[in-house]
Design a protein around this ligand. Sequence first.
Ligand SMILES: [Ca+2]
Ligand SMILES: [Ca+2]
Length: 425
Amino acid sequence: MKNGMKFWAKKRILTLLVTIAVALTVLLPAMPAMAFIGPLSYYNTPPSGPAVDATFKTNGYAYNDPVFRNVVILTPSERNVFGSVMNENKLDLSKSFRCVTYLYQYMETTKKGTVGDGIAFLLHNDPRGVYARGWGGNGMNVYAPNFDYVKNSMVIEIDSYYDNNTNFASCDPYLAGSTSHSAFVFPKSSMIFPMDHFKTQFFYQSIAWRKLTVEWTPQYNGNVLGGTLSYNFDAFSGMSSYTIANVNSIFGGSQVWWGFSSATGANGTANAVAFKELPAPVANATINVLHKDQNSGAILKAETFTVPSGYYGTYQPAKFNGYEDGTLAPGSAAPSGTIAAGEIKTIVYNYKQITVQPATVIVIHLTESGTLLKAEVKNVNSGYYGPFLNESFAGYSYVGLDPYSDAVSGMIGGGQLKFITHRYR
Ligand SMILES: [Ca+2]
Ligand SMILES: [Ca+2]
């Protein structure tokens, strides 16, 4: 009996130990190990930015870098890990936004190997909210060939590993020689194939922190909210854009969660995101373009453009009869560059006349009843003339230009004659 009691007690303890061991095996892969919460040794110092605050939720193995407070390490430099960072404040897709980050997709300085699997910027309305996730490895923590994927979502993937297998969560478009690609992808309950990548761009892996700018521009089609998601990654050829006709059909609403997700498989890569500018409305700025006669300084043409703040494209000189090609004036704003919200920039081009020929402007001052007060012949050069304004005559007040008068200033050709008629009463 005593022996029997001992055997029973031993069996209880053994069962308990096995239960604990099984529980640990099941739980551990989902919990960040203590070794992963320290600073990471990057090859390059991350760009600075706003500290990641309490509104950001990190999941899986992701954590806020203890040294660089604007950086979230999505995966430490380990195999088979995953992580995400989601903001607890939803974005309203009826308003524009721009978000600027830098991505790191490389080893720690202490490690060597192949890079994988990538980082996904995602907008979503998954019922799991900030805890939404997909499979690890090439699932990049967003895809899964079943209902584990992140629902009601749109992804910009910066995929750092080419997958040609067709037995996990995603496989990739191929371009000989490239190691990485970016694309728009809509996660779904089946495997992601090359054809599910939209507007793919190919590139090479890098040890640099690479700039990722994401912009959203809403657009209504009648009462239906649509919009365009755009991004520029590491100064590849311009912005890549994808337009959605109906936001509700993708996200099931216009308010969406946003954040970054990542995973590694066989390659222990550090995947990290440095926040530079958190999502903020894209405000407008003003660009004036002035075209001037180089000698007289007269304005040949003036244009005003309302543009989104940020990068603006090139404003070229115009063409004017009788003038050489325009050149940028001293002190002019650059013809392309960046502009801040609310800022006004003035781009000035100077134009030099090709040949100067004599021309004539006759300025006549008449009363309404036709009495001549004064007449003058002005010998001018071809090109810009004037202005020849009204004058003061005792006992008379100015009425205005005669309806048949030429303009008080403007362009005149060589040998041409202009009549300016001012009327008085
Ligand atoms: Ca891949
Ligand atoms: Ca891919």
